[in-house]
Write a protein that binds this ligand. Structure first.
Ligand code: MN
Length: 337
């Protein structure tokens, strides 16, 4: 057989190797992975003066299921002032560990959330919101902010906001030592479903593994998963034991029905998973679309003060302007690992 010696960007298709050509067009096949990725520091600068650590998107891994963005802000002392800004095509989920976040949006939500509560905002075709810490001084803050891409059937729909304070907990059976616990923040794990509204089959769950125990985490082979380190360090028994700590994010791929996780210290991880997403997406600034044109249209609408994004309750004219578009067409990203 002739070897195809072309890079991943090449559109050359060799007639003798239709399978390879197809793989090239569709990205790598699904299956188990054990890919340890890093959270990278992203300075937000400006009036925000905050640094966040970003696990998703990664250059070669734009999504895990419908999850397309994972930032951790904190632990740090900060005065958070994220002024009104728009979103399209996604849900944002805010999951605090420490401190309080004051959320206001253009569907008249005005809420403060803290540990144990989930804020879930669905942009549909357009929403805008602000996020502040409480008071004028720097305060301890630590939270995850996640984005979930909306499927084509929902992304042009109406904006919405939900707050959940009573999320289901499940026991994670131990192979050794004490049992673990999971909070089902979004979607479904081990047959238990969060009340938060989602539009594709996914899971987002906080896992707590006691010191010195080994727990079994049940997975669905048809879904892809990743684990983000939050606190402590745990070893995941896959091809070779891999340690996840708060600097790391482990992509597990599909095709697994469980993983065993254990460590010497008490560990907190955040599990992301879901059915591989139906479409490749175009993501730029705060927007998720399918084409360059989707993004340009949303950017123009925000810059022109279009009613598409409404008005954030309790705010005047303050807003974050859209950055300039890059000089090239925005393109869809796909998994290359
Ligand atoms: Mn936002």
């Amino acid at each position: 057989m002739t070897r195809l010696d072309v890079g991943p960007e090449s559109s050359v298709v060799h007639p003798d190797e239709p399978a390879a050509a197809l793989r090239q067009a569709q990205g790598p096949e699904a299956g188990p992975r054990a890919l340890l990725l890093e959270f990278r520091a992203v300075p937000l600068g400006g009036v925000r003066g905050m640094e966040v650590h970003r696990a998703l998107p990664q250059r070669d891994l734009p999504m895990v299921g419908a999850w397309c963005f994972l930032d951790r802000f904190g632990p740090q002392e900060a005065r958070m002032r994220v002024e009104p800004h728009p979103h399209i095509g996604l849900q944002t989920a805010t999951w605090p560990f420490v401190g309080e976040v004051h959320h206001r949006d253009s569907v008249d939500s005005d809420v403060v959330i803290s540990r144990g509560a989930l804020n879930l905002m669905t942009s549909g075709a357009g929403i805008s919101h602000s996020e502040y810490s409480i008071g004028e001084d720097a305060v301890p803050l630590d939270a995850l902010q996640l984005w979930i891409a909306l499927p084509d059937s929902r992304r042009a729909g109406a904006p919405d906001f939900e707050r959940h304070v009573d999320l289901p907990h499940i026991v994670l059976a131990a192979e050794e030592g004490a049992e673990g616990e999971a909070i089902i923040v979004l979607g479904e794990l081990a047959g238990v479903t969060s009340p938060a509204t989602v539009y594709t089959p996914i899971v987002g769950a906080e896992l707590r593994i006691p010191a010195g125990s080994r727990i079994r985490l049940p997975l669905r082979p048809e879904w892809e998963y990743a684990l983000a380190g939050i606190e402590g360090a745990a070893s995941v028994s896959i091809d070779e034991p891999t340690t996840i700590d708060p600097q790391h994010f482990l992509y597990l791929g599909t095709g697994r029905d469980e993983v065993v996780i254990g460590g010497d210290t008490e560990t907190v991880l955040f599990l992301l998973g879901g059915e591989p997403f139906e479409d490749d997406i175009v993501m730029w600034w705060n927007f998720v679309g399918r084409t360059h044109e989707d993004i340009v249209e949303a950017r123009d609408a925000w810059e022109q003060g279009s009613p598409r994004f409404g008005h954030v309750v309790g705010h005047g004219d303050e807003r974050i302007p859209a950055p300039p578009l890059p000089g090239v067409r925005l393109t869809q990203r796909r998994r290359r690992v």
